[in-house]
Design a protein around this ligand. Structure first.
Ligand code: NAG
Ligand code: NAG
Ligand code: NAG
Length: 387
């Protein structure tokens, strides 16, 4: 299939008869961003052929990643100064955002990529770029385009992020957010609206959530692994249910947010007394931290395997706690971040989760690649849907 895809690409270039021989085709190699070796034979003059690793490369927030792309051109002695390498991000079906351009020795990096993108330059024909200090916004599909005097060709690479998807609604309640407000609440919780791909992967890992939420593409969806009558009828199959693209200003739902590795650590503050909300804020400050955001607690649970059977305040005024190893009296048989909702801020019934930023200024945190058990992404909370 990979060959068929690539040959499909070649027929577009028209001029070329080629034979493609992928070598060492384990997906694990390409997933980690190593490029495939490709031999292109019987080329004819004037053509440029671009090869990107099929599939995707995977990293996390704060990491560095190579977007692999190689090209081959004829005649071999084309002046390298006339080869243009251009990387763009495919933001919408037809929209592109400039990332990087190189023409000979001249290079230019655009927008939020400035200071973070460089050519790999690992020998002739290498058009790969390295992106440093990966952000949540970098997730997505990238196009590598190589042009010489006569021809151009393109290839695509998907940049995927390790992380966690979580459903969110603010204190005002369920189904109160239009699309733009959903974007804002995710940002406020140290996250970004999730993509369909991210929600689908979370569903495969067991996420089951009975409230519909906005996704980054403007659609409204929700993941169901255990069909039941309260969640759109028991006899409909399990899956990610999709309400389609909704009106971004007028319609109101919850949000599905996505976040990735933290540049810091979330912890339950040890204290003798329970605190109200303002005491919780002060207690974290005195400890050199801030009250943790919801996204930070989810990232700590999923990536740092934070497990604590004590309910604590978070920055948005909700009360939650993270459970990796389910046990009696810790809220149900599934791992998940438990949610006790938004109690009155004056209640002195809970502790507090704080977030302490790492000291280094790079924003890069190297995490052990410890992966929790497969079921770990299932999220449970004490929320019911009432329609
Ligand atoms: C959910 O909340 C109800 C009361 O609102 C409580 O009786 C029940 O034990 C809670 N379940 C969990 C799993 O916390
Ligand atoms: C929390 O308790 C303090 C006293 O320690 C009080 O001054 C403050 O008003 C309380 N905050 C809330 C939100 O009730
Ligand atoms: C990485 O990104 C973070 C957040 O945008 C920023 O604070 C930090 O300075 C960046 N570090 C580098 C090395 O660019």
């Amino acid at each position: 299939m990979l060959c068929a895809q690539f040959l499909g690409l070649l027929t577009v270039t028209g001029l070329v008869r080629a034979l493609v021989l992928p070598v060492g085709s384990q997906l694990t190699d390409t997933e980690k961003g190593r490029r495939k070796v490709v031999h292109v034979l019987e080329d004819e003059s004037g053509a440029v052929i671009v090869q990107t690793a099929p599939g995707k490369v995977v990293t996390h927030r704060g990491g560095s990643i190579t977007l692999p792309c190689r090209y081959h051109h004829e005649p071999e002695n084309t002046d390298p100064a006339r080869i243009r390498i251009k990387w763009t991000k495919v933001t919408d079906s037809l929209q592109f955002e400039d990332v990087f351009v190189a023409l000979g020795h001249q290079q230019r990096v655009f927008g939020s990529y400035r200071g973070r993108v460089e050519l790999e330059e690992a020998g002739p024909g290498d058009a790969s770029v390295i992106i440093h200090n990966i952000t949540l916004q970098d997730y997505g599909r990238y196009e590598c385009e190589v042009t010489n005097d006569m021809e151009d060709d393109t290839g695509f690479v998907n940049l995927d992020l390790e992380g966690v998807v979580f459903p969110y609604h603010p204190r005002v309640g369920r189904y109160k957010l239009n699309y733009h407000q959903a974007q804002d609440v995710c940002r406020e919780q140290d996250a970004i609206l999730a993509s369909h791909g991210q929600l689908h992967k979370a569903w495969l890992d067991g996420l089951d959530w009975c409230n519909a939420g906005w996704l980054e593409d403007g659609s409204v969806q929700y993941p169901i692994s255990h069909p039941r009558d309260q969640c759109g009828r028991k006899n409909t199959p399990a899956g990610v249910r999709n309400y389609g693209y909704r009106h971004k200003e007028d319609e109101r739902y919850d949000a599905f947010c996505f976040t990735s590795n933290l540049n810091g650590r979330v912890y339950f503050l040890k204290r003798f007394k329970k605190v109200n909300y303002s005491e919780a804020v002060k207690a974290c400050q005195r400890d050199g931290s801030t009250v943790a955001k919801v996204g930070q607690l989810y990232a700590a649970w999923k990536i740092q395997l934070l497990d604590r059977c004590e309910a604590g305040w978070l920055e948005d005024g909700s009360i939650r706690y993270p459970i990796v190893n389910p046990r009696a009296r810790c809220g149900g048989p599934e791992p998940g971040v438990r949610n006790l909702g938004f109690p009155d801020k004056k209640f002195r019934l809970y502790g507090v989760y704080c977030f302490r930023k790492n000291k280094d200024s790079t924003g890069v945190q190297v995490q052990p690649t410890l992966q929790p058990k497969k079921t770990i992404n299932s999220v449970t909370a004490n929320v019911t849907r009432n329609n």
